[in-house]
Write a protein that binds this ligand. Structure first.
Ligand SMILES: Cc1cn([C@H]2C[C@H](O)[C@@H](COP(=O)(O)OP(=O)(O)O[C@H]3O[C@H](C)C(=O)[C@H](O)[C@H]3O)O2)c(=O)[nH]c1=O
Length: 323
């Protein structure tokens, strides 16, 4: 019985494949198209480390290629699909909306179609806190009305959620939308705030801060996210649901900078830039539903996670840390 992980060589995917193997899943297909969204050698290195695990098979393919996915699903007979892949960047989606909509919506559709023809026990989709949009009261509750997303990325995640929920109703694909809140940890994508700030501070360069540092983010450690995903594979009564995987303790960006300063033992220089229209002022997960349905309870405090991240960054060769 095989589990498919799309985006398997990416940041969350590479952690998840290890967590699945450690939890006893014996065959894991990590699908990735190794696109150039961020440093391809980083992903190749991550895939090479994964390939050492006997449970993991890496397949290089594009999940937007519907005929290829139909063939793959017919051959592999997946038990579970965990769809993490896609175009992940909020500002990138403002620059390249067509590409992001294609990868995140068309790509999800081609996997849903393949799962419709080759039934699976669970289809987990990595959605995002960005679907909550503007003007929603915090903490964000899954079944309360949503605002308009601030970015094409948020739109694409909401559209993909709606497709999956529709396939659950029409075709009984056991779809679950997991709304992830600012996931971080070792191997974090280098363009995100924690990675950017840490690299700049270690290099003694000014870091770019959009706004005055009061933006709040509910940073969630990747190990907590992996525990939530594993629970969602087997928990009863979750098909057709949207569930938050967050930390429920938002911090201001200026506090994040302080934590990095403490962990790195260096002071930050800050270049203040105007706020960006695509950024929500706040993300904050209400965890009532995911605690009830998944037994989800995040364990890693942000100070501990930032410390771990800085220690990991300092193990890398100097050339790959330089911003
Ligand atoms: C890279 C960068 C960011 N920022 C600001 C922009 C935001 O207000 C805040 C957090 O940005 P970050 O890049 O950490 O992540 P988000 O834009 O919240 O989006 C991320 O979290 C959601 C849930 C996803 O679903 C996305 O996949 C993921 O990209 O810091 C800066 O001020 N300077 C910088 O250099």
């Amino acid at each position: 019985m095989t589990v498919l992980v799309t985006g398997g060589a990416g940041f969350i995917g590479s952690h998840l494949c290890r967590a699945l193997a450690a939890a006893g899943y014996e065959r894991i297909v990590a699908l990735d198209n190794f696109n150039s969204y961020y440093d391809p050698p980083l992903k190749r290195a991550s895939a090479a480390e994964l390939a050492v695990l006997p449970q993991v098979k890496i397949i290089e393919a594009d999940f937007c290629d519907a005929p290829a996915m139909a063939r793959l699903f017919a051959t592999e007979r997946f038990r579970h699909v965990i769809h993490l892949g896609g175009s992940p960047g909020v500002p990138y989606s403002v620059r390249q909306p067509a590409e992001v909509l294609h990868n995140n919506v068309q790509g999800t559709l081609s996997l849903l179609e393949a799962a419709r023809a080759n039934p699976v026990e669970r289809f987990l989709f990595s959605s995002s806190s960005t679907v909550y949009g503007q003007g929603v009261a915090a903490p964000f509750v899954e079944d309360a009305p949503l605002g308009v997303p601030a970015s094409p990325y948020g739109v694409s995640k909401r559209a993909a959620e709606l497709l999956g929920l529709n396939y659950f109703r029409l075709h009984q694909v056991p779809f679950v939308a997991l709304r992830l809140f600012n996931v971080y940890g070792p191997r974090l994508r280098p363009e995100l705030s924690l990675a950017t700030f840490a690299r700049k501070i270690l290099a003694g360069e000014p870091l770019p801060l959009f706004g005055d540092g009061s933006v709040l983010r509910d940073f969630t450690h990747v190990s907590d996210i992996c525990r939530g995903i594993l629970s969602a594979l087997t928990a009863p009564h979750v098909a057709g649901e949207c569930l938050n995987l967050g930390h429920d303790q938002p911090i201001a960006m200026r506090h994040l900078i302080n934590l990095i300063e403490q962990a790195a033992g260096r002071r930050a220089q800050i270049e203040y830039l105007p706020p960006r229209g695509e950024d929500l002022p706040l993300t904050h997960a209400d965890l009532t539903k995911s605690r009830r349905l998944l037994g989800y309870s995040p364990r890693v405090a942000i100070a501990e996670g930032v410390h771990e991240y800085i220690s990991w960054l300092q193990t890398l060769p100097r050339s790959s840390v330089t911003p």
